[in-house]
Design a protein around this ligand. Structure first.
Ligand code: BG6
Length: 489
């Protein structure tokens, strides 16, 4: 199961082009081996507490896994009870019986990621758990540590034999995957020394969201949309990633990354790629990954604005004179026949006036045939992802009863359609890992390409402007606005 000399690109070519993929995670494929040992690396972190343990709980509660065990691993000497108690408030509607099952199958080990010997201890606990809980050997190693530790942990897992034996071993790497192009390449390379690309799952939890899985389907199965989706009809595209929360105690992490590396490099570029890609040969995951990679390969960076909210420097873990951006707006272009000349504006920030992740396509205006009251705006196609999913068309129509007064009207297909049978993104993604389906995960070439875009953005040196918490970002957003943007949020 572990490695051979397989390289990274061999993995791309060998991908299984299964036609049932990319159904927003609601897969048609029956689970093969539905028993699994989860080894959660970085188990005292926020992600384990808020997302991973609740996701495993729901998989158990929904009978998606029959036999399981969880080993939480981190440096701090906490008890397994403490690990579970921290997560309990984040589990929706607890069923006491399921929670008991979780308690009975959970373990915690305090381990130094850099001590090879500690991994032998982990192996002993893993072997005992496998035999006690009747597990066949299938193991998910979930890396929710800083990417600086990815290489060492991967090597130690391999060298200690933790991934040997019966069943499969899959490695899930939480974002950010690296901190720049060089580190992402190094991590990809060192993983490939020990494991095959088929064993590697690079998470971007936005790909697990229902409506994001729906985006390609909306585009390519609707005659009403597909012919409009290009430079002939679209004037500009906006992708917004607005958050009202701040850095929520993650100062140590955030200060090293900032908004660009935290959400643009991954979530926002993935949304851009899905919005801009060409029609895949088939509307299935692996063909979609090929098309996304082509978009990322063709991005030109035009401009960037950076901001930092007032009070950021006083946050715990943030360095006194930090110039890390908590806000950014970027102007990009997709340099191909479909999009040449169409600006793609990305805006992301913490402590803004609202939480909203959305994509807006502004259509070109039609010539106005009215003698007066011509619409000042034009039509929009809007896809909202957070906090509620919806798909909307903004059209113009006459005010009832008045002859020539035109107003925008929104036709909105909202939440129930898109969240029907939807599960939390992490639950969907873990389910996909257990099935061995990589469609909703980011491929190595996509990751490296996104870091190249980050490098191009970083070359544009700008000031970091201060903005007031609860606002729409720094006043200096005007630097992009002179390019006639009307922000949609
Ligand atoms: C994470 C970022 O990847 O996404 C966080 O690290 C951000 O900073 C979060 O808050 C937003 O995710 P969601 O699903 O709440 O929109």
């Amino acid at each position: 199961m572990a490695k051979s000399k397989d390289r990274i690109d061999a993995g791309i070519k060998k991908e299984n082009k299964n036609p049932n993929r990319f159904k927003g995670g609601v897969s048609q494929i029956k689970m093969g081996n539905n028993d699994v040992l989860f080894i959660l690396l970085g188990a005292t972190g926020d992600l384990t507490k808020r997302k991973l343990l609740p996701a495993i709980y729901h998989l158990v509660n929904d009978h998606k896994i029959a036999h399981f065990a969880i080993i939480g691993v981190a440096r701090s000497p906490i008890s397994v009870g403490e690990m579970l108690a921290a997560s309990k408030p984040f589990v929706k509607e607890i069923n006491a019986h399921t929670w008991k099952k979780l308690e009975a199958a959970s373990y915690y080990l305090s381990l130094d990621f850099y001590h090879q010997n500690d991994y032998h201890h982990l192996k002993k606990i893993a072997d005992d758990a496998r035999s006690k809980h009747h597990l066949s050997g299938n193991t998910v190693f979930y890396f929710s540590t800083l990417p600086d530790h990815f290489e060492t942990i991967t090597k130690n897992i391999h060298n200690s034999g933790l991934a040997e034996g019966k069943g499969w071993s899959r490695l899930v790497y939480e974002k950010p995957f690296g901190s720049d192009l060089a580190s992402a390449r190094r991590i990809n390379k060192s993983i490939a020394r020990f494991f095959t690309e088929e064993q590697v799952f690079r998470i971007d939890h936005y790909l697990g969201k229902d409506i994001v899985g729906n985006l390609a389907l909306l585009r390519f199965t609707n005659r009403a949309l597909e012919p409009l989706w290009n430079r002939n009809h679209i004037e500009s595209v906006q992708i917004l990633f607005l958050e009202s929360l701040g850095i929520e105690g993650r100062g140590n992490f955030y200060d090293k990354y900032g908004a660009l590396k935290d959400v643009v490099q991954n979530h926002m570029l993935q949304l851009l790629a899905l919005t801009a890609m060409e029609a895949p040969r088939q509307l299935t995951g692996h063909y979609i990954r090929d098309e996304k990679a082509k978009v990322l390969n063709n991005i030109i960076v035009h401009n960037v604005v950076r901001g930092q909210y007032d009070g950021y420097l006083q946050e715990k873990g943030v360095s006194e004179h930090s110039s890390t951006e908590t806000f950014t707006a970027v102007h990009l272009e997709v340099n191909n026949k479909r999009w040449k000349g169409v600006p793609f504006y990305l805006k992301a920030g913490k402590k803004l006036d609202k939480k909203e992740t959305s994509i807006h396509l502004r259509l070109k205006s039609v010539p106005c045939l009215l003698p007066e009251n011509c619409p000042t705006d034009s039509n929009h196609i809007t896809i909202k992802i957070e906090p509620h999913s919806s798909f909307a068309l903004e059209l113009f129509a006459r005010v009832p009863g008045k002859t020539l007064e035109i107003i925008p009207m929104t036709m909105e297909f909202s939440q129930p359609i898109f969240t029907l049978k939807s599960a939390e993104a992490y639950e969907i993604l873990l389910e996909e890992v257990i099935k061995g389906e990589q469609s909703l995960f980011v491929r190595n070439d996509e990751i490296e390409q996104s870091w190249k875009i980050m490098e191009a953005i970083e070359k544009i040196k700008t000031k970091v402007y201060t903005y007031a918490p609860g606002s729409k970002g720094p006043q200096e957003l005007k630097l992009l606005e002179k390019e006639h943007i009307k922000w949609r949020g």
